[in-house]
Write a protein that binds this ligand. Structure first.
Ligand code: ZN
Length: 187
């Protein structure tokens, strides 16, 4: 399968798997926007050279958030794409706090591709947090999320200058927006 075909069918598969899903933010953005952003970041970061990684970017939340199985990913996209997606998938049977703690603990053991995907994912999430914070999140929750994203990504820096820079930019913007929110809410 050519690189273009692989990436295009991954985008199509992701759009179908997440159909109707929305992001947590108040704006209720379609979930596919997050996947497109992550895939685009990875495409630019690798100058379009790593189709396996870009396809995994489109598919990275299918195991965690949809009925898709690892076997299906393997059948459609091959073992390399499936294994990157599996690497960035949390164990949903664990409580949220434990899942977050594990991400920090295990990130250095991930493959290089999975680490780049983590940076792109957290960048997209911090951008969304700054642009449209989830309803009901107070200042402490916003700051805790930013700190956690930083703890995960801080350990995989240094492999890709572009992704390092976009993450730092997203983190700083998210911190500024959280501070502005505090001022506005009078918290
Ligand atoms: Zn994601």
């Amino acid at each position: 399968m050519s690189a273009t075909v692989l990436v295009t069918i991954a985008a199509d598969f992701a759009a179908r798997a997440h159909v109707g899903a929305r992001r947590k933010g108040a704006a209720g953005e379609p979930y596919i926007n997050h996947l497109a952003e992550v895939a685009a970041l990875l495409a630019v970061a690798t100058q379009g050279e790593d189709a396996v990684l870009i396809a995994a970017g489109w598919l990275h939340d299918t195991l965690e958030d949809t009925a898709t199985t690892c076997e299906q990913l393997e059948d459609h996209f091959g073992p390399e794409v499936a294994s990157v997606v599996a690497e960035v998938t949390d164990d949903k049977s664990l409580p949220d706090a434990e899942r977050k703690r594990r991400q920090v603990e295990t990130v250095t053991g991930l493959s290089a591709r999975a680490q780049l995907l983590k940076i792109a994912d957290k960048t997209s999430n911090l951008r969304a947090l700054a642009a449209s914070p989830p309803v009901g999140w107070d200042r402490d929750r916003l700051i805790a999320y930013i700190d956690w994203a930083e703890a995960v990504v801080g350990q995989c820096r240094g492999q890709n200058g572009f992704l390092d820079a976009v993450f730092i930019n997203a983190r700083d913007t998210a911190r500024r927006e959280s501070d502005a929110k505090i001022a506005k809410d009078g918290a």
